[in-house]
Design a protein around this ligand. Structure first.
Ligand SMILES: *Cc1c(COP(=O)(O)O)cnc(C)c1O
Length: 232
């Protein structure tokens, strides 16, 4: 059985390799270690190896780890579906949320952030259901621009719109690649149409498909199993 140190090193090397193949700067891709269901000790071990970016998909699971890790050097990303009534749990814990998918949630997040501190910033990604599978959360691709227009018009304080997120399709490599490519085209088109320089992030790619995602432009890859091992 390989240790998490070996796993982490292997993934860092693969990211290096994928970025070179894609003629991209290795610094343009950030690895998010998805620590959902993992213990505080596992997260601490990973942080001590220099991994400074973690992802969680439920508030409950995250709350037992974030305050206990007790270091401001670590950045936390909320990657799961969030009910708007739980938006108040985000400020002070998470710096990023990848799963914004409704006006109501955006309102609640903004209010909660402002409440905490009027100059706090939450980096927001809009989740997109590129494949159109019914089981998935997120906006349909054609809904993204109208949505972005709406939230920008609302001028919500404390929310910084950073890009798009998707969960890969469970199909073959070509279908996966097409979906990631579609997300990139949409993100670039939004960045241009709305003239937001900082709408430059693409969260796509997990343990099984992060190399394809990097080749298609991912800037944030969310990897759990390949780092920590199988979830129980
Ligand atoms: C669990 C999860 C991941 C990580 O998946 P692995 O296959 O374990 O790498 C990435 N993104 C989201 C949204 C997840 O829920």
């Amino acid at each position: 059985m390989s240790s998490i140190a070996d796993n982490l090193q292997k993934i860092q090397q693969e990211i290096q390799c994928c970025t070179e193949n894609a003629k991209r700067d290795v610094a343009s891709v950030r690895l998010i270690a998805v620590s959902k269901t993992r213990s505080l000790d596992e997260v601490k071990a990973m942080a001590s190896l220099g991994q400074n970016c973690f992802g969680e998909n439920t508030i409950q699971d995250a709350m037992t780890k974030i305050p206990a890790l007790n270091t401001s050097a670590v950045e936390w990303h909320f990657i799961g579906h969030l009910q708007s009534k739980k938006a108040g749990k985000i400020p002070g814990y998470f710096q990023w949320i990848h799963s914004v998918d409704s006006i109501k949630l955006a309102h609640k997040l903004s209010a909660a952030m402002f409440n905490k501190s009027s100059n706090a910033v939450l980096n927001c990604l809009i989740q997109v259901n590129v494949s159109g599978e019914e089981s998935k959360f997120g906006l349909m691709p054609e809904e993204v621009k109208p949505y972005l227009q709406q939230v920008l018009d609302l001028n919500l304080p404390c929310l910084k719109w950073r890009g798009l997120m998707t969960i890969g399709v469970s199909g073959d490599d070509q279908q996966t690649r097409d979906a990631f490519s579609q997300l990139r085209i949409l993100q670039q088109s939004c960045q241009q149409d709305f003239d937001i320089d900082t709408f430059d992030q693409l969260s796509m790619g997990m343990s099984n498909d992060y190399c394809i995602a990097i080749e298609e432009g991912a800037t944030l890859v969310r990897v759990g199993t390949a780092i920590f091992g199988e979830r129980k």
